[in-house]
Design a protein around this ligand. Structure first.
Ligand code: GLN
Length: 331
């Protein structure tokens, strides 16, 4: 049963086309941090053994505007594994490489309404992978990454995600090895997809690359900058490098809005009104097109695998920064 996020009665401000002035953003980031600092709900993921060791107290927030300005607080430079937050960015790189229509026809863009690692979703739908934000579609997406060898594909992903973040991203080998030793289910999903003709590289190697991609180390600030790159029509606001086209950024954000929080995506859109993507490492990235990106890191998760504080912080800031895409008022 979905527990609605607490409503403190604050009416969502109108989307203005730009972030409020810097001192206001800074004050709001400080406010929301203080508000949720001691919230003690949710459970740190433990199905990947190494993840269970992460402290539930860690808490970092960063807002990055499309002008490259960042507002960070708490453990915003503490590194954690990106996990599923990698999915929209790898999908973006694949769309850029093969075209978003081709990627859509091979992976799909509809919500499954089911948990991120659902096998039933593959079985119940003729589209099989359904979308790139759940494991099946994400492993299929990774199998589509340019490169003839696993090593070439991995280099493409590590380099591409680094360009989104504007800095080198390293592999957390402890998390990678821990997940690689326990990811029978993902290997099963990849094999199942292979049976349906929806794998575009060796199924087990694609799963291995996907596991590595999930084990890249990022911090909340990286997530904000990566999100701001998609908010900025595909151009990284720090490095000014174009990472993907505006068309690709738009398509990726649509898939994140549809399925970024798995079976909770409808609730998320209802509450927050923005495309977002969560990961079991405790990260959530949220994108406000034309304005900026928001990265939150807090490891305790709800039952769907979404950071509890991450969701609260994002709702709070979406309302007060005037980010919700669906808010308008009559002229
Ligand atoms: N690597 C994780 C998995 O495949 C990612 C899942 C997630 O972040 N929701 O199980």
């Amino acid at each position: 049963m979905y527990m609605p996020l607490p409503d403190d009665g604050f009416p969502s401000l109108i989307s203005t086309g730009h972030l409020p002035p810097p001192d206001e953003v800074e004050a709001l980031v400080r406010q929301v941090y203080a508000r949720y600092k001691d919230l003690d709900e949710g459970k740190v993921a433990d199905y990947i053994p190494a993840l269970a060791k992460v402290s539930p107290r860690l808490f970092g927030i960063c807002v990055a505007g499309i002008n490259g300005r960042t507002f960070a607080i708490g453990d915003a430079t503490h590194e954690f594994s990106i996990q599923s937050v990698s999915k929209p960015f790898v999908f973006a790189l694949v769309c850029e490489a093969i075209g978003s229509e081709e990627a859509r026809s091979k992976v799909g863009v509809n919500a499954t309404g089911l948990p991120f690692n659902s096998v039933m979703a593959v079985e119940l739908n003729n589209e099989r992978t359904m979308n790139p934000m759940v494991n099946a579609g994400a492993i299929a997406t990774t199998s589509l990454v340019p490169g003839d060898t696993a090593e070439a594909k991995w280099r493409f992903i590590q380099d591409g995600l680094a360009r989104f973040a504007g800095r080198t991203l390293e592999l957390d080998s402890e998390i990678y090895e821990s997940e690689a030793a326990t990811n029978q289910r993902n290997r099963g999903i990849a094999r199942l997809l292979e049976g349906y003709g929806c794998m575009y590289f060796d199924a087990l190697q694609a799963t291995d690359i996907y596991t590595k991609q999930c084990s890249l180390k990022v911090n909340a600030r990286d997530l904000a900058v990566m999100g701001a790159t998609l908010a900025d029509g595909g151009v990284n606001p720090l490095t000014k490098e174009r990472i993907v086209s505006g068309e690709v950024a738009k398509r990726v954000l649509a898939t994140a809005a549809t399925a970024g929080l798995y079976e909770r995506s409808g609730d998320w859109l209802f509450e927050v009104g923005l495309p977002g993507k969560s990961g079991v490492g405790g990260g959530i990235v949220t994108v406000s097109p034309g304005k900026g990106g928001l990265g939150v890191f807090s490891p305790p998760l709800d039952e769907a695998g979404n950071s509890v504080r991450g969701q609260r912080v994002t709702k709070y800031l979406s309302e007060r920064l005037g980010l919700n895409l669906f808010v308008s008022q009559p002229e």
